[in-house]
Design a protein around this ligand. Structure first.
Ligand SMILES: NC(=O)c1ccc[n+]([C@@H]2O[C@H](COP(=O)([O-])OP(=O)(O)OC[C@H]3O[C@@H](n4cnc5c(N)ncnc54)[C@H](OP(=O)(O)O)[C@@H]3O)[C@@H](O)[C@H]2O)c1
Length: 262
């Protein structure tokens, strides 16, 4: 039986067959869901994070679906760590066509108590690592005429609440980074965009998600009426990674159930 025409059309728009993707933070939460989506759409995926057991489990999950996947254990909180990780990443499937920066930390002491240590750690993981990985992989994507860079920011990039602190600043910088990268590389087929989550039930949020009242009040702030799930990012990530989004660049796509417009 031949495939129906819709299958060829959908494949032309969204298939990631033959593409190589790197997903930082791909062992947990939103990054893990995105890695799964890109892999199941056809990409060979390398995930990067620190904890090996979580990395191995995430890759085993992908392999169980018949996907091609590999992991690199690295600490993205230092420049050397990021540079070493980038060189390890290319050993599995070669230079990437798609870079997803989902690794992030969320340390939010009250502003008056925010020390150099929290500021430095937040900027290093949330903003500097995406910048350095872009510098490493962006020019090659531009030279080859295709690339997709996808960042994961936050509501706090747009408004301050629940002690945005250094976290909100890093995420606002990340969205500006996407625009700067888009300006530099879009003429060469490399689009650079940001996904903006609302409140998503992941390990990052255990402090809030263990408080049923806060969870309910955050859900009530959405239009859909529930908080986000990591899986909610699958479709948007495949779109931004695929041929379908060739004319979408420098944008922030809110995947937040209407949280930001309510
Ligand atoms: N969940 C939300 O409600 C929400 C809302 C807005 C934005 N976001 C953003 O979405 C992204 C993903 O968050 P999530 O909720 O999926 O969090 P998560 O489940 O805690 O996942 C974070 C990932 O980043 C990795 N990571 C953290 N520090 C790292 C480091 N120094 N070096 C390498 N990898 C590191 C973690 O692995 P290891 O710990 O093993 O290194 C893990 O894979 C983050 O950028 C976050 O700021 C989340």
């Amino acid at each position: 039986m031949t495939n129906p025409p819709s299958s060829a059309y959908l494949s032309e728009l969204f298939s990631l067959d033959g593409r190589v993707a790197v997903v930082t933070g791909g062992s947990s939460g939103i990054g893990r869901a995105i890695a799964g989506a890109l892999a199941r759409a056809g990409a060979s995926v390398v995930i990067v994070a620190r904890r090996e057991a979580e990395l191995a489990a995430a890759v085993a999950d992908l392999e169980a679906y018949g996907c091609r996947a590999a992991w690199v254990s690295a600490d993205l909180s230092s420049r050397e760590g990021v540079r070493a990780a980038a060189e390890d990443v290319v050993k599995s499937f070669g230079e990437p066509d798609i870079l997803v920066n989902s690794a992030g930390i969320n340390l939010r002491p009250p502003m008056g108590e925010l020390g150099d240590d929290v500021w430095d750690a937040t900027m290093a993981v949330n903003l500097e690592a995406p910048f350095l990985l872009g510098e490493r992989f962006g020019p090659g994507m531009a030279e080859r005429g295709f690339g997709r860079i996808i960042h994961v920011s936050s509501q706090q990039a747009h408004r301050a609440f629940v002690q945005s602190g250094a976290y909100g600043v890093s995420k606002a910088g990340l969205e500006a980074l996407a625009r700067s990268q888009a300006e530099a590389w879009s003429p060469h087929g490399v689009t650079c965009n940001t996904l903006v989550p609302g409140f998503v039930m992941t390990p990052l949020n255990t402090r809030i998600s263990s408080d049923p009242e806060r969870v309910a009040s955050l859900a009530a702030r959405t239009m859909i009426g529930r908080n986000g799930l990591a899986e909610d990012f699958a479709g948007a990530a495949v779109f931004l990674a695929s041929a379908a989004s060739a004319y979408v660049t420098g944008q922030a796509l809110f995947v937040d159930g209407g949280f930001s417009t309510h």
